[in-house]
Design a protein around this ligand. Structure first.
Ligand SMILES: NC(=O)C1=CN([C@@H]2O[C@H](COP(=O)(O)OP(=O)(O)OC[C@H]3O[C@@H](n4cnc5c(N)ncnc54)[C@H](O)[C@@H]3O)[C@@H](O)[C@H]2O)[C@H](O)CC1
Ligand SMILES: [K+]
Length: 487
């Protein structure tokens, strides 16, 4: 009996897990009874003062969970009203319906009353199209009446795979799901539409809760074995020399943020590669971060002969897109890890083929686009409504042979080999100017210390979120670097 709190399982895979559990001798009705019991317990726990439990039951097993919850709530003395359709005959849902006394009324008959609490058991993992007009009207009535909703498995109308509503969708206060989370529980706006999540054990053995698709939450198991060791014998060059490329005279702050973050994230040395005209201004701001004047791609080529330069960050405040392309070319050939962010990405808008061609062979490129930068690089992927954010990040990773850190409140980290992680825990106040520069510096520092790109990106996103938690909601990006700490 178990839950898997880190794996993310697509609804189709969840169906296979259900089937495997049933094939192993665990009755489907037993699973449904356990699911319904968790739903009833959630309603009683959070709404002890409710007057009526309004159970909306759909035609499938999601509805079946609802019938079980209705029976248990009625048995505990709650005034239960069921609405919806009778389940298809012969299955577990039909049995749950038969075991639950009382009639089932048409959805349209529900008139909101004060004290109502809705159990949304219309559609869950089986949702495969927009809800019809009758259900859409019901959702509107519930919203207008501000009736609290406890969703079974997923709010009806929400795709468990993409986290996108297929049309109208309930806004739930609580969502009770089973065995493992689905991507739609973490991806936005799905996570917001679910309200408070409750992942419940319904008796499926851990050995069966596995996915054929390597998607997980971002968690320590992904990177712990690769974190830089705090080795007292290490000297600063062993801890990696990170180079951050600075922008011009008036836009040097972003690169300074990345450089400062790099030092706090453990790089032994950090050098700002600065255009000649900005060196003096940058010098007035720098202490532990070193500086080198780099005027042209030829200058850079010559400097790259120094093997101690371990990793590079280009993009924060860089400004000159032509120059960015000129610099990324020798960086690609240097066969060392590179983080491209901001202008380093915009410089290749509509030209991903050229960018990918610079980083062939072993994956050593990490890109850190936010939504807009991703769209500028991959308009086609962004416009395909069938694709989830995970699908998009994975496709981009393959195209570029890069690790993609697709930023947002639901940052997705994807590798060319298909691994993907969704980071859902970052504080919302990280969405502030310069925060991305800090993340680029953290990932650059972990790369400079020898972490592989996917693991460095997962760990960097986690460190960035934890620094944000420590800095607090009044933070600005400048407050972040001192709060960066090893995982
Ligand atoms: N281990 C588990 O996770 C368990 C999950 N359980 C519950 O089972 C549902 C999935 O049940 P399923 O019958 O496959 O699908 P639904 O009940 O979600 O949908 C029923 C049916 O409805 C049709 N349909 C889909 N979209 C629409 C639409 N927009 N309008 C009308 N009809 C639609 C489609 O044919 C679907 O098959 C899961 O969510 C859990 O709640 C088990 O009960 C316990 C174990
Ligand atoms: K539901």
């Amino acid at each position: 009996m178990a839950i898997n709190a880190i794996l993310l399982v697509n609804p189709s895979t969840m169906g296979k897990i259900d089937a495997a559990a049933i094939a192993s001798g665990i009755g489907g009705y037993g699973l449904m009874q356990a699911a319904g019991a968790h739903v009833a317990a959630c309603v009683l726990r959070y709404y002890p003062a409710m007057v009526r439990a309004i159970i909306f039951c759909g035609p499938g097993n999601n509805g079946g969970d609802g019938h079980v919850a209705a029976r248990l709530l009625a048995e505990s003395g709650v005034d239960v009203c069921r609405y919806g359709v009778e389940p298809r005959p012969g299955g577990d849902a039909a049995r749950a319906h038969a075991d639950c006394p009382g009639k089932i009324l048409p959805l349209a008959d529900w008139c909101p009353e004060p004290g109502d609490v809705i159990v949304d058991a219309l559609f869950g993992a089986g949702l495969d199209r927009p809800v019809n007009d009758e259900v859409a009207a019901l959702i509107e009535r519930a919203k207008a009446a501000e009736t609290p909703v406890v969703a079974v498995d997923l709010p009806s109308g929400l795709s468990g795979r993409t986290g996108q509503p297929t049309g109208a969708c309930f806004q739930a206060c609580h969502t009770v799901t089973f065995a493992a989370l689905k991507p739609g529980h973490l991806l936005m706006p799905g996570r917001a539409l679910c309200g408070e999540m409750h992942l419940c054990d319904i008796g499926i053995p851990a050995r069966l809760i596995t996915g054929d698709d390597p998607i997980s939450c971002n968690h320590a198991g992904l990177y712990n074995d690769y974190l830089p060791a705090a080795d007292p014998a290490q000297h600063k060059y062993k801890r990696g020399h990170l180079v951050v490329f600075s922008g011009r005279l008036i836009s040097g702050g972003a690169a300074r943020l990345a450089a400062s973050a790099g030092l706090h994230a453990g790089a032994g040395l950090v050098t700002l590669a600065t255009p000649p005209g900005a060196v003096m201004v940058q010098a007035t701001h720098l202490t532990a971060v070193m500086q080198r004047s780099v005027k042209s791609a030829d200058d850079l080529d010559q400097w790259l002969e120094d093997p101690r330069l371990a990793a590079f960050v280009l993009g924060p405040g860089f400004g000159d897109l032509d120059k960015a392309r000129d610099f990324v070319t020798p960086l690609g050939g240097a066969n060392r890890p590179v983080v491209l962010d901001a202008d380093g990405l915009s410089a290749f808008a509509g030209d991903t083929e050229r960018l990918g061609g610079l980083f062939l062979g072993e994956t050593r490129l990490v890109i850190t686009p936010h939504e807009g930068e991703f769209r500028r690089l991959f308009a086609e992927l962004s416009d395909d409504p069938q694709l989830s954010k995970i699908d998009r990040a994975r496709a981009a990773a393959k195209i570029l042979n890069a690790v993609v850190v697709y930023k947002g409140p639901d940052t997705v980290i994807a590798a060319p080999d298909g691994r993907a992680a969704v980071n859902a825990g970052a504080p919302p106040w990280l969405a502030t100017a310069g925060s991305g520069d800090v993340l680029a510096g953290i990932i650059g520092a972990l790369l400079a210390q020898g972490m592989p790109p996917f693991e460095a990106s997962c760990a960097g996103v986690a460190m960035h979120g934890q620094a944000g938690d420590r800095a607090g909601r009044a933070m600005t990006a400048e407050d972040l670097p001192p709060h960066i700490a090893p995982l």
